[in-house]
Ligand binder design. Structure first.
Ligand code: GDP
Ligand code: MN
Length: 380
């Protein structure tokens, strides 16, 4: 789950990281009211699930109510890399002496957490990594050992920040590490982390991605789930509890298990087609789940054929077959369906489907032939 900047700042604040006071709104008049309450100058910031807002005109300093009104009106509705701004965050403006970069993420190949810190912040870190990789100080942290005060201090020294910033940076990075681990985050990033002329270190931006699978142990995380960007198809699938990702093609895909669903997407591509989605109905899928899946796919006007690829494990073939028949009775499906059914009790399942096959419901023996058939139908 990707957080908006202001949500990320509230998340940081809960771990004691200093952020600027501010408030979110979707309304120009309210933006001015908030600014009056905070006191000028303020910064008006677009809240969208993408970076580079500054460059796109989504971050503006306002010294007066008039300026605040103008910026709020311009930024609301602005399209930033395909994300239309519906919410802005008004915060107290900060004086900046220096801009740094700090983040924690997971280095899967090292099986450790990776902390990155650079004195060259404010710009895209990818650009720094390209032009001046030595300017990024990296630290690999064993999750069972954690980040010690000493290791953190040595890391900050290696990054060659202004010595004035050392204590403040160490303090923030230890808190950021706690936020990253205890908060079940996949990524926490502060860019820029600033040194103020007064010597304080402060988080001026927040990029946070939380592990959605950990939502159950963080009651407050539902609010983040509610603001995830989803297209209409993804919203409908999410409401039904389906693992769905919308794609651009014409072949609707239903499979059981994420691995098989991904392979199915691949094989559709391999035979020259384009998948309309990724959809994993999981193990033990019943008729309800199958009907829900078919309904979501059927509502996608781009879908011209549907490929159902099931490899029975715990799920038995006859249940899948009955589920598909039940689902097609409940939902009027426009596109032809091609089924590949294998695994546990596949024979029984195929026997059930056999008498019901027609030019809207077809069966193929293999994943490859089923994909070919579905692509051929979609192209027809
Ligand atoms: P991003 O472009 O999406 O990464 O948005 P940021 O929140 O990082 O803002 C972009 C840039 O705007 C920062 O790197 C700063 O240079 C500038 N900026 C943001 N907030 C303030 C502020 O309070 N005071 C000043 N002087 N500049 C700011
Ligand atoms: Mn930034």
């Amino acid at each position: 789950m990707d957080l908006l900047e202001y949500q990320g700042k509230q998340f940081f604040a809960a771990y004691g990281i200093p952020v600027s006071p501010g408030e979110a709104t979707g309304d120009v008049d309210e933006a001015v009211t908030i600014a009056e309450r905070i006191g000028y100058p303020v910064v008006v910031k677009a809240q969208v699930h993408t970076g580079g807002r500054g460059k796109a005109g989504g971050v503006k300093l306002a010294e007066t109510a008039d300026e605040c009104r103008t910026h709020a009106a311009n930024i609301l509705g602005l399209d930033i890399k395909g994300h239309v701004v519906k919410t802005i965050w008004i915060e107290q403006a900060s004086d900046i002496a220096e801009e740094y970069y700090a983040s924690f993420t997971l280095d899967r190949s090292a099986k450790k957490y990776l902390g990155m810190l650079s004195a060259e912040g404010g710009v895209e870190i990818e650009a720094v990594a390209e032009s001046n990789p030595d300017a990024i100080a990296k630290i690999w942290i064993d999750p069972t050992e954690g980040l010690t005060d000493e290791a953190c201090r040595a890391w900050v020294e290696a990054a060659k920040l202004n010595p004035q910033a050392t204590n403040g940076a160490v303090d923030i990075l230890l808190k950021l590490y706690r936020a990253y681990t205890e908060g079940d985050a996949d990524l926490v990033e502060i860019n820029p982390l600033i040194l103020k002329p007064t010597g304080e270190v402060h988080a001026l931006d927040a990029k946070v991605s939380l592990d959605g699978n950990a939502e159950f142990r963080h009651p407050g995380y539902e609010q983040y789930d509610a603001t995830q960007p989803r297209d209409d198809r993804e919203e409908a699938a999410h409401a039904k509890g389906l693992q769905y990702v919308g794609l651009e093609g014409t072949v609707g895909v239903i499979a059981n298990g994420a691995g098989l669903a991904m392979s199915t997407v691949d094989v559709v591509n391999q035979v020259g087609g384009a998948p309309a989605n990724f959809l994993d109905i999981g193990g033990g899928a019943n008729a309800d789940v199958m009907a829900g899946a078919l309904e979501v796919i059927n509502n996608d006007p781009e879908v011209k054929a549907i490929l159902i690829n099931i490899f029975g494990g715990i799920t038995r073939g006859e249940e899948v077959a009955n589920g598909i028949l039940e689902a097609t009775k409940r939902v009027e499906i426009d596109a032809p369906i091609v089924i590949r059914l294998d695994g546990t009790n596949a024979q029984e399942g195929r026997a059930i489907l056999g008498p019901n096959l027609n030019d809207k419901l077809m069966m193929e023996d293999t994943m490859l032939s089923a994909a070919r058939k579905a692509v051929e139908l979609a192209d027809a």
